[in-house]
Design a protein around this ligand. Structure first.
Ligand code: TEU
Ligand code: CA
Length: 573
């Protein structure tokens, strides 16, 4: 093994970098991330600095005052590593290099220093269930059956000319590709350019830990871990049953070694650096999520659970959304987290449609009010809230009409599987995918009403949403009543509520179809998710602590009147 490790060392990261001293932990009892509001940046679409139409790290650095002004504690940066971009950076070809389109390592260091100066922590995106097929590990691995990197990936013989088992890939077709050189098949839960790493091999885990140390030495605060529960594979890789085939993520996320690997990672890397670990938990059951985040077990700190954002979905299909069902998800998540776990809260990210179009009302008349009402929901649930770039200005879904307008590898894979085979009419698919596509969240950030929304002076890699003249940061920035102004106020207010992060959660009207009413410790949150004025029954006299629209909420003895799409936090006497 020693020999083998030293052969492999040559292709791992070497952390020849200046170590930045970690900030002193002043309050060891409450970890910082339990009080934090986290902002997700998708670098490709955030801010271009050099006119090539692609967002980049200097672009982010130039917007740090904006992020600071929001009141954000930490940034989660979607992958910034070298990548051929088969899946926009979620296919990494060098874990210790910056994607040239995004800038240089010096640009990264400048960005990180700028964040530190402003008291903003940086959380990186660790994508280690798979790498790119262009990573040096894979190039070596595929070269022959007996090279030292062969076991870095998962190779099997096919069944005749068929794949080794019936696993489907999330991006269409089988999760296996046959490689000419050796005649064997490699496993890839996602695209064929995203081969899955073999975590059974301790050298793989060591290489991953080296990558993590490389960035932690630079002073990052921790990691969001991409599909991390998928790293433990099912022993023997048996075929999926017809039932399992409908939601393969539950099988992929329940390998027997997941907890063992997470504990090892905590011991080896996270604990020594005091780093935060946020696991993406697509396909994780409630029970596994509880174990993963149980602080006594030393695994992850929190997981990103998809139950809210995928409630009204069946794959790419859009299903009707019911508020009682949504409330049930929140109630369940809040109950299941248990005294030793911790939740995250999010309404959109780079894999999901825009919240105001999904859960709100993006009609121009209601867009602003509903974006602010949703802000209240996001920031008053228990757990750590995540705001996705553009959510804070109420960015909406893109008006997609044709398949050619989509960029996402997932969309084109589904089109091939479902439309080109004649299984689904093109119009049906397009109607649904326009609402559910990940591309809705990936159009450029709308900074101003200038050309290309101020995102680039060149040609943007994805079209800018045509509504940018109405919805952009510049027109909102000086207005307290704007979506942005309200987010700022709400984030500041939240950071001052010492008990909000930890106090209990009680749904007071679980069956109401358009009103969301819950108690959080000493306050009650009321959200009107409809266009109609509503009277909210309360057991006491409300004092309005905060409202998404000052004229839209009126307290009276025993109730509260809320205008359409208005939310308020009240205390009762
Ligand atoms: O996402 C995994 C994931 O859960 C989604 O991609 C999901 O499979 C898909 O949206 C189903 O419709 C992570 C990243 O967030 C995503 O951007 C990557 O494409 C994926 O992993 C592979 O790395
Ligand atoms: Ca650029």
């Amino acid at each position: 093994m020693t020999d083998r490790r030293s052969v492999l060392k040559g292709m791992a990261c070497t952390a020849g970098v200046i170590s930045v001293a970690g900030e002193a932990q002043l309050h060891p009892t409450v970890p910082w991330w339990k009080r934090a509001t986290i902002y997700q940046i998708y670098p490709r679409s955030f801010q271009d600095s050099n006119g090539d139409g692609i967002g980049d790290l200097p672009g982010i650095t130039s917007r740090l005052d904006y992020i600071k002004g929001l009141g954000i504690d930490a940034v989660w940066l979607s992958p910034h590593f070298a990548s051929p971009n088969a899946d926009n950076g979620y296919d990494i070809s060098d874990y210790c290099a910056v994607m040239p389109e995004f800038g240089s390592m010096a640009d990264f260091d400048t960005m990180l220093a700028g964040m530190k100066d402003r008291g903003i922590r940086l959380i990186l995106d660790l994508v280690v269930n798979h790498s790119s097929d262009e990573h040096a590990w894979f190039t070596a691995s595929r070269a022959s059956r007996n090279n030292p990197y062969r076991d870095f990936y998962i190779w099997r013989d096919g069944k005749g000319d068929q794949p080794p088992n019936n696993y489907p890939s999330f991006f269409g077709g089988p999760a296996w590709t046959r490689d000419e050189t050796t005649g064997q098949w490699y496993l890839h839960y996602f695209g064929r350019k995203q081969p899955d790493l073999n975590w059974e091999n301790p050298a793989v885990r060591d290489a991953v830990y080296d990558v993590m140390r490389f960035w932690l030495e630079k002073g990052v605060a921790g990691f969001r871990m991409d599909v991390i529960p998928f790293v433990s594979k099912q022993p023997g890789l048996p075929d999926l049953s017809p039932e399992q085939l409908k939601n393969p993520e539950y099988v992929y996320a329940s390998g027997p070694k997941m907890h063992e690997y997470m504990q090892e990672m905590r011991r080896e890397v996270l604990a020594p650096y005091g780093a935060v670990a946020i696991g993406e938990a697509y396909g994780v059951t409630a029970e596994a999520a509880q174990r993963l985040t149980d602080s006594r077990r030393g695994e992850l700190d929190m997981v990103l659970n998809f139950d809210v954002v995928r409630l009204d979905r069946d794959g790419w299909r859009k299903l009707p959304l019911s508020l009682p069902a949504l409330k049930k998800v929140y109630a369940r998540l809040n109950a299941e987290v248990g005294p030793f776990g911790w939740n995250s809260v999010f309404q959109e990210n780079h894999d999901n449609p825009r919240a105001v179009s999904h859960f709100g009302d993006d009609d121009p008349l209601w867009w602003e009010r509903s974006a602010k009402a949703l802000a209240v929901l996001l920031l008053t649930q228990p757990g750590t809230p995540f705001i996705y770039q553009g959510e804070e200005i109420g960015m909406t879904n893109y008006p997609f009409r044709e398949i050619g307008e989509f960029n996402d590898v997932e969309v084109h894979g589904q089109w091939k599987d479902d439309v080109e085979t004649g299984k689904v009419p093109a119009a049906t698919y397009l109607w649904d995918i326009a609402q559910t596509s990940r591309d809705n969240a990936r159009t450029p950030m709308q900074w101003s009403s200038q050309s290309n929304a101020g995102f680039t002076r060149g040609k943007p890699w994805m079209p800018v949403n045509p509504n940018f003249t109405a919805i952009n940061a510049a027109t909102q920035t000086s207005k307290d009543s704007s979506v942005l102004g309200f987010y700022r106020r709400l984030i500041r207010w939240r950071s001052r509520q010492s008990d909000l992060a930890v106090s209990s959660y009680v749904d007071l009207l679980p069956d109401h179809p358009t009103l969301f009413l819950y108690r959080r410790g000493s306050v009650v949150v009321a959200i009107n998710l409809s266009r109609q004025v509503q009277q909210v029954p309360l057991t006491g006299n409300p004092t309005i602590v905060l409202a998404s629209d000052d004229d839209g909420a009126t307290g009276q003895p025993g109730n509260l009147i809320l205008s359409g799409w208005t939310a308020a936090v009240v205390s009762l006497s």
